[in-house]
Design a protein around this ligand. Structure first.
Ligand code: F3S
Length: 841
């Protein structure tokens, strides 16, 4: 990313006409650390960007790293500079040689003139090499600038070359180059190579001398820098916010100005946040490095803004010996020679919080033991209290660390941590309506307030901007087997004054609410399960316990927002119906039921519903068990990513419900798209994954374990009336010899009873288990091996009930259920035939 690309999006854009004289600088100051683009400067047709790198966050964003990575990144670059790529040409165009025409700002009425404050000077000595450094420049004519040059590297090279060097003055550079130019490596190290190690850059040869300059720099001036021609420079309000004195400084005679098309001028406010960041931050790695070299376990360094990002250095250490504090101070003075006051704190003190540092001084510091004064030191010319000619100043070190023998006494006692937003709804970020705020305040009862607390907390965690209305809810967490007494108490409390606002049904309970004895459920369990159901019913929830609410009337429309819990139903409703729901937990779904609301995030936002991976199915998929196997394969391959599945020609409701259950169980997906089958629109992803026949066969094989089947179940997810009809047809006139459950919703079972299917099935010896299923019912240990057509059923039978599994189509399940009877009949027939033959003889 170049400077130009980075400033394409600034915090503020000012389109009103603004003058470069005093007005622009005043606006930049008022904006704090917010970046600004001036699009309409009165004196120039070009744009001016300011506060571009005015915070560590902005610098980190430019560099594509975290703030905590900045110091290590700079240390590494300082220690391992690398050569940048040289390009032959750039898009720069030559401009008229008239500095008045550039949008160079006059910052304050005390300044000596218009100042370039963001420019880096590049000079090159034929033997020592290239040097890059920030120098402020006061415009003193159409092609002349008085440059403030301290007695450091640029000055040394000038003196070495009889006071004259060809130079380039570059404005509008990236953060990597800005940081490198503000570092102080030893003479001979090319700062552009440090920049390249921070973030790779391209460079181009200067036009008038043998140096390299950043290729994407916005404006470049080339000319002669001379110690022999001097001019008054100043006053100038500098980093400290005080006016620097007037000095006689070298003159830079500009010979050529060239710039990128529609160049953007970088205005750096003297003493502003950006100036401080770019001055102070590059000293942090050098301090860090020196303290580390001194054998101290240094954790962090800040040259903080309170000390004008220059004078105050805060060093956080992991103290291991009493000498560490003093050692860190001595080393930091080497790492930042212009630093004046050095504060060393323990690892529990946040060096970016002045109150914490002050607290450490108040509680861990003894002035007669931990305070070090260094008189007559070489300081900074920026220090108004120092000798302005010799720069002599006094420095001080403050060891604010704990005495090791007193750590127990000096350690702060931590309070338990709570999120205050949960207690002060004024602080939440979401926009709430008046009604929602009233619900949160408890004006609509205790259960509603508790529900709002749950929903708002969820919304805050997931960055929701608001709550939205839901039209349907499905609550999980119904089985007493999962809830226990604590869950039952919570429901009883909510039922005191909580009443549902929208149609709400339940997920399967732990037993058939009417026929539990026939299924071997204990009376103790039944009593508790009934109390759970009573609490839900008291809140107005329909005690229809099913994972397929869409088959029994809780059936939302395309595009409606709902709050459902059961994972298979969530995947089905999002994908097959086109309704919109996250996978809710039991409490959050109940909260939605009692308020009619849910936070708008995740599956409620179109952007999150788009497919991310294309799945090309190259296998024959037919029947619920194979759709289950396909869901297993895809889920295991791409986890929860939304998929766009091709290669499936048709699918029944039952196959889609089996697939929804399986893809959600094995991968966690809340939505999928099936070409030509599901209704949602999605861009087709470029990433493609193929599912082969072999993978499907292996998935089936993995669920077919070596064991004798003693339990058969159909109805995971709950059986539809079509599935029940098919079972009736297959079981007609037969006898099952094994425990055989058909798990379904009670309304579906009622239809089966009315249509005669139920009688055929129960006459054959199979049982209906309405309201429940073989995963939530407390049947662990009762059966050794479950045979089912459901991949999800296999997963939970094995993982929750530790039962072996076999997966097969419904026809085979029925064959498995009656096969011993068949053999018995064959045996009978054989005996009968043998008897007849004997009679004949
Ligand atoms: Fe439904 Fe139980 Fe299967 S809740 S999806 S039948 S595990």
């Amino acid at each position: 990313m170049s400077f130009r690309e980075f400033v394409a999006k600034t915090d503020y854009t000012i389109t009103k006409p603004v003058s470069k004289n005093l007005e622009a600088s005043g606006i930049i100051y008022s904006a704090g650390d917010k970046s600004i683009m001036f699009e309409n400067l009165k004196e120039s047709k070009n744009k001016v960007a300011a506060n571009v790198f005015a915070s560590k966050e902005k610098v980190a964003k430019y560099l594509g790293c975290n703030v905590s990575d900045l110091v290590p990144l700079m240390i590494n670059a300082l220690n391992y500079p690398t050569k940048p790529e040289v390009v032959n040409s750039t898009d720069h165009e030559e401009l008229e040689l008239d500095l008045e025409k550039l949008p160079i700002l006059t910052h304050t009425d005390k300044d000596g003139g218009a100042y370039v404050s963001s420019g880096i000077i590049i000079v090159k000595d034929p033997i020592v090499g290239q040097n890059v450094c920030y120098h402020r420049g006061m415009v003193i004519g159409k092609n002349k600038i008085a440059l403030r040059i301290l007695e450091r590297n640029t000055m040394e090279l000038l003196k070495k070359n009889n006071g004259e060097l060809q130079a380039a003055y570059c404005i509008g550079i990236g953060a990597e180059t800005a940081l490198a130019a503000a570092m102080a490596p030893k003479l001979g190290v090319n700062e552009l190579e440090i920049a390249n190690s921070i973030k790779p850059i391209q460079v181009v040869k200067a036009q008038t001398f043998d140096a390299i300059i950043p290729a994407d720099c916005e404006i470049i001036m080339e000319g002669k820098l001379s110690l022999n021609e001097r001019h008054k420079e100043g006053p100038f309000v500098d980093l400290t916010g005080t006016s620097d004195i007037i000095r006689e400084e070298p003159v830079f005679t500009v010979e050529k100005i060239y710039a990128r098309p529609n160049y953007i001028y970088h205005a750096l406010l003297p003493g502003g946040f950006e100036h401080k960041i770019l001055m102070g931050m590059p000293r942090e790695p050098t301090v860090f490095d020196e303290v580390k070299k001194a054998g101290v376990d240094v954790l962090d360094v800040s040259v903080n803004p309170g000390g004008s990002s220059w004078f105050h250095v805060l060093i956080q250490i992991n103290k291991k010996s009493e000498e560490d504090g003093k050692k860190a101070i001595d080393a930091a003075m080497i790492g930042h020679t212009s630093g004046k006051h050095f504060f060393v704190v323990d690892k529990d003190i946040n060096i970016y919080d002045p109150l914490e540092v002050e607290w450490a001084m108040a509680t861990r510091f003894q002035a007669d033991k931990n305070f070090y004064v260094f008189s007559k030191q070489k300081g900074s010319s920026l220090d108004a209290s120092a000798d302005q000619i010799t720069r002599e100043t006094a420095k001080a070190g403050f060891d604010l660390t704990m005495r090791l023998e007193k750590v127990a006494k000096m350690t702060r006692t931590e309070f338990p941590k709570f999120d205050i937003k949960k207690y002060l709804w004024e602080l939440i970020d979401m926009d709430l309506t008046k009604y929602e705020t009233e619900m949160l305040e408890g004006k609509h009862g205790n259960a509603v307030q508790k529900s709002m607390n749950i929903l708002v907390a969820l919304g805050e965690i997931y960055g929701a901007k608001k709550l939205i209305d839901v039209t349907s809810v499905q609550v999980a967490g119904v089985s007493y087997d999962n809830l226990g007494d604590a869950g039952l108490d919570f429901l009883a409390e909510m039922a005191k004054d909580g009443r549902v606002k929208v149609l709400t049904t339940l997920n399967p309970a732990g037993m058939d609410l009417e026929n539990y004895k026939n299924l071997g459920i204990s009376e103790d369990f039944a009593v508790k399960q009934k109390l759970v159901i009573q609490a839900f019913e008291k809140m107005g929830i329909l005690s229809t316990c099913t994972c397929t609410p869409y088959l029994i009337g809780n059936n939302p429309h395309y595009g409606q927002h709902i709050a459902w819990s059961e994972s298979s139903a969530v995947a089905y409703s999002n994908s097959v119906i086109g309704a919109m729901t996250n996978r809710e937990g039991g409490p959050s779904a109940l909260a939605s039921a009692l308020t009619g609301k849910t936070p708008e995030y995740g599956m409620h936002l179109d952007i999150n519903r788009n497919a991310q991976v294309k799945i090309k199915v190259e296998a024959k998929i037919e029947g619920t068990y194979l759709f289950g196997a396909l869901g297993k394969v895809i889920g295991e391959k791409v986890k929860a990513k939304p998929t766009y599945i091709t290669g499936i020609k048709e699918a029944t409701v039952e196959e889609l419900k089996s697939f929804s259950a399986s893809i959600a169980t094995y991968g966690g997906a809340a939505i999928f798209h099936m070409e030509g089958i599901t209704p949602n629109k999605t861009p087709i992803p470029t990433e493609e994954v193929i599912v082969t026949q072999l993978e499907i066969d292996k998935a089936v094989e993995s669920m077919n374990m070596d064991s004798e089947v003693d339990f058969i179940s159909v109805g995971c997810p709950h059986a539809s009336i079509n599935e029940i009809a098919k079972l009736a047809e297959l079981l007609k006139g037969k006898k099952v010899t094994k425990e055989f459950w058909i798990t379904t919703a009670r309304p579906t079972m009622k239809i089966a009873e009315a249509s005669g299917y139920a009688k055929i099935i129960t006459d054959a010896g199979a049982k209906f288990a309405a309201d429940t299923c073989c995963v939530v019912a407390p049947i662990k240990g009762r059966f050794k091996c479950l045979a089912t057509d459901s991949a999800k059923g296999c997963y939970y039978a094995y993982s929750k009930n530790q039962s072996k599994t076999k997966i097969m189509p419904i026809e085979k399940l029925v064959e498995e259920a009656v096969k011993d009877v068949k053999q018995w009949l064959i045996m009978l027939e054989e005996k009968f035939l043998q008897g007849r033959q004997k009679e004949k003889h």
